[in-house]
Design a protein around this ligand. Structure first.
Ligand code: DC
Length: 243
């Protein structure tokens, strides 16, 4: 199976690095977090109380979430287009309001059951060459431990909390959004705790994951490190970075 699992806490570099690794290998890049974010967005949109696990679980079962390759006309930096029903929520799911409830939403067993089933199916399909793709890079919190434990290469990215909060702050500012550093830092601290202490599929490195610190390394360095591991474990050859 040609699958690379990349896990780690918020803003550890998973999406940036995973996307580039996927591009170099001709693999599909799939960010599992967007599906939890889509559920959290719908919770806010429908005025559901995020503390009501039953209602949130029911919503996750009913919701039609679609993750598509981006339209080539849309050059706004998106890695994928996320639809909930007809609504394009690609950027709406990145709001601080979604950030502040997504971990709570992702901790409900019913929500995880629903999304895990879909995500594992997607991972197995692309990992075995569906749609002419050479493989899949899946990123999230439980890819190596729960979603694709059979992945031949598992990576766990990490960086200090303050550094990760700075990255999130910069991302928001670059998109012209309002950003409050102290609030981002505090939200991230709470989210780290919720993600790693929840009962179902908590954030933790798989026993056989390679752990990589992303603070102090450039994106390119981390990408190259993973590509070397991928060549050894999966026998795949990357294209050059300019392609
Ligand atoms: O990677 P992210 O920040 O976009 O993820 C948003 C939330 O979704 C994160 O706080 C925890 C949850 N998540 C999860 O529980 N399992 C995954 N595989 C991916 C994300």
């Amino acid at each position: 199976m040609n699958a690379i699992a990349i896990d780690g806490p918020a803003a550890s570099g998973k999406s940036t690095v995973g996307y580039l690794v996927g591009k170099r290998l001709g693999f599909v890049f799939f960010d599992t977090g967007v599906m939890y974010r889509a559920v959290a967005w719908a919770v806010l949109e429908q005025g559901i109380d995020s503390a009501d696990g039953k209602a949130v679980g029911r919503l996750a079962e009913q919701l039609r979430i679609e993750v598509d390759a981006p339209d080539s006309d849309l050059s706004d930096g998106r890695q994928a287009t996320i639809l909930v029903g007809q609504a394009d929520v690609t950027w709406a799911i990145r709001s601080p309001r979604v950030d502040s409830i997504v971990s709570e939403v992702a901790a409900y067993a019913q929500v995880r059951r629903e999304l895990t089933r879909k995500q594992r199916r997607i991972g197995l399909a692309y990992g075995s060459g569906a749609a002419g793709k050479a493989g899949v890079v899946m990123v999230g919190r439980d890819v190596g431990t729960v979603l694709l434990p059979e992945a031949p290469l598992k990576i766990y990215l990490y960086a200090p909390l303050e550094e990760r909060a700075r990255r999130r702050f910069r991302e928001l500012v670059e998109r012209g959004r309002e950003a409050d550093f102290d609030r981002i830092l505090e939200d991230m601290r709470v989210r780290d705790r919720t993600d790693s202490r929840r009962a179902v599929a908590p954030l933790r490195p798989a026993e056989d994951a390679r752990q990589i610190q992303t603070f102090g390394a450039t994106v390119e360095e981390v990408v190259e490190q993973i590509l070397v591991l991928a060549a050894a474990r999966l026998g795949v050859t990357p294209s050059s970075p300019e392609d």
